[in-house]
Write a protein that binds this ligand. Sequence first.
Ligand code: AMP
Length: 276
Amino acid sequence: MKTVETIAGYREIRSQLYEPIGFVPTMGYLHEGHLSLVKRAREENRTVVVSIFVNPTQFGPDEDLKNYPRDKQRDLYMLESYTDIVFLPSAEEFYTSGYNSWVDIEGITDVLEGARRPGHFRGVATVCTKLFNIVQPTRAYFAQKDAQQLLVIKKMVRELNMPLEIVACPTIREQDGLAMSSRNTYLNQEQRQAAKVLYKALKLSEELYSDGERDANTIRRRMTELIEAEPLAEIDYVSVANAESLQELDKISDKALVSLAVNIGRTRLIDNVVLG
Ligand code: AMP
């Protein structure tokens, strides 16, 4: 495994890499969820490139950029068995002074995470564009955990004719159902127990759906009641939306994305399941 810290350094070795190249962009502080993407990339490609970059432009002014957890040595150790190249660019090189070039995906970024985190998806789309331009992968791997992000990236690649394939991978969970996330480390013991309520609410939506419930308002209401019964949880949103357009539904007839954002103390957690 080789680490590369500059764009020029990567460009120098790019032509020597065997194709296909599988690419996994991350913000580091890796867990089994990230590793599942890396392992999938390993199975499907001759070269595996992982980037670790805490991208400042996708954080809002009141968000956790400064405190975002980082542990480079541990990350490199975890990647060692599956990865050929770890790309660790610097914010200074990615966003030079006077930086002014942005990629904006309209429409599906107006709702859910996009509505609560203005500028977030502009930052995500821009950094992914830069990474794709530099890494030049055959395939890039993203997880359903960040469902709206996955839709945004797929749409961007399709509409801007970017020459790579986006591979969607499932969410990896702890034994009690909590979706793995670098942000879970912010939770104390009591909050960690309370955080189980996200998956419980998503499970409830699956149960209601399999019992034949198709009224989206009923599903939202039942999930909301369940989460509100947890004193440490504060709902940001509970959504039952069309899985492609992300428009809120009245009745479920097609695939629906059930997603939620819940604050546990000062930690904002998101998760989702797809119905149908
Ligand atoms: P991040 O480091 O949070 O930017 O995430 C990098 C990639 O890992 C994204 O495609 C995420 O969706 C994915 N990811 C994050 N959490 C999980 C999880 N629990 N299971 C699978 N993939 C995940």
